[in-house]
Unconditional design. Structure first.
Length: 187
C-alpha cells in the first residue's frame, strides 16, 4: 500500500487537489492522508460545489491543519511522498525556511528531513523574486515544482482536459502509473 500525503492550501486551484484525490481514491493500492488549510476550506466553498464532507469521503485519512500530533507530523510514520496542491506562496515560504507551525508545513518538513519525495504545485502569478528564491531553494533540496501550466499538444477541449493533464504529471512525479491524459508521442 502506497501512502501519499496531500496538503491543500488557500491558493486558488482547489480543482487540482480534488481531481488528484478522486483519481487516487480509485486506485486500490494507494492510501491518502489529506490536510486542508483554513483558506483551502474557504476556497472549496468559493470555487466548487463540493462540501467538506464530500471531500473528506475522498480521503482515507483527513486531518485538521492544527493537529501537529497527527501521524503525518512524525518521520517514524512511513509515507511514499507528499504533494502540496495548490501551494500558496505563504506555504512555499514556510516550507523553505522550516516553519512547521501547521500540519501542512510540518508534514512537508518531515518529508524533507526523511528525504522522501516532496512535490509542490505552486499557484501564483506573477511571481516576484521572493517567490522564485523560495522555490529555487526548495528545488535545490530536491523538491519537484509542478506548476499548473497547461499543455496544448494534446488538444484539450475542456477545463477537465487541462486538469487531467496536470494530474497525470503529478501522478508521474509520485511514481504512480496512470494513463489519464494524452502523452506526447512525437511528430
Amino acid at each position: 500500500m502506497r501512502k501519499i500525503v496531500i496538503g491543500v492550501t488557500g491558493a486558488s486551484g482547489t480543482i487540482y487537489a480534488l481531481d488528484l484525490m478522486k483519481k487516487l481514491q480509485s486506485m486500490k493500492n494507494v492510501e491518502t492522508h489529506v490536510v486542508f488549510s483554513a483558506w483551502a476550506k474557504k476556497n472549496l466553498q468559493l470555487e466548487t460545489d463540493m462540501s467538506l464532507a464530500e471531500v473528506k469521503s475522498l480521503a482515507d485519512y483527513f486531518y485538521s491543519d492544527s493537529d501537529l500530533g497527527a501521524t503525518i507530523a512524525s518521520g517514524s510514520f512511513l509515507t511514499d511522498g507528499m504533494i502540496i496542491v495548490p501551494a500558496s506562496m505563504k506555504t512555499v515560504a514556510s516550507v523553505a525556511i522550516g516553519i512547521g507551525d501547521n500540519l501542512i508545513s510540518r508534514a512537508a518538513d518531515v518529508t524533507l528531513k526523511e528525504q522522501r519525495k516532496l512535490i509542490i504545485v505552486p499557484r501564483e502569478t506573477p511571481l516576484n523574486t521572493i517567490h522564485l528564491e523560495n522555490m529555487t531553494k526548495l528545488s535545490k533540496m530536491g523538491v519537484q515544482m509542478i506548476p499548473p501550466i497547461p499543455a496544448f499538444y494534446n488538444q484539450p477541449q475542456t477545463i477537465q482536459d487541462l486538469v487531467d493533464h496536470q494530474t497525470m504529471k503529478e501522478l508521474d512525479a509520485l511514481g504512480i502509473e496512470n494513463e489519464i491524459s494524452g502523452r506526447w508521442e512525437g511528430i
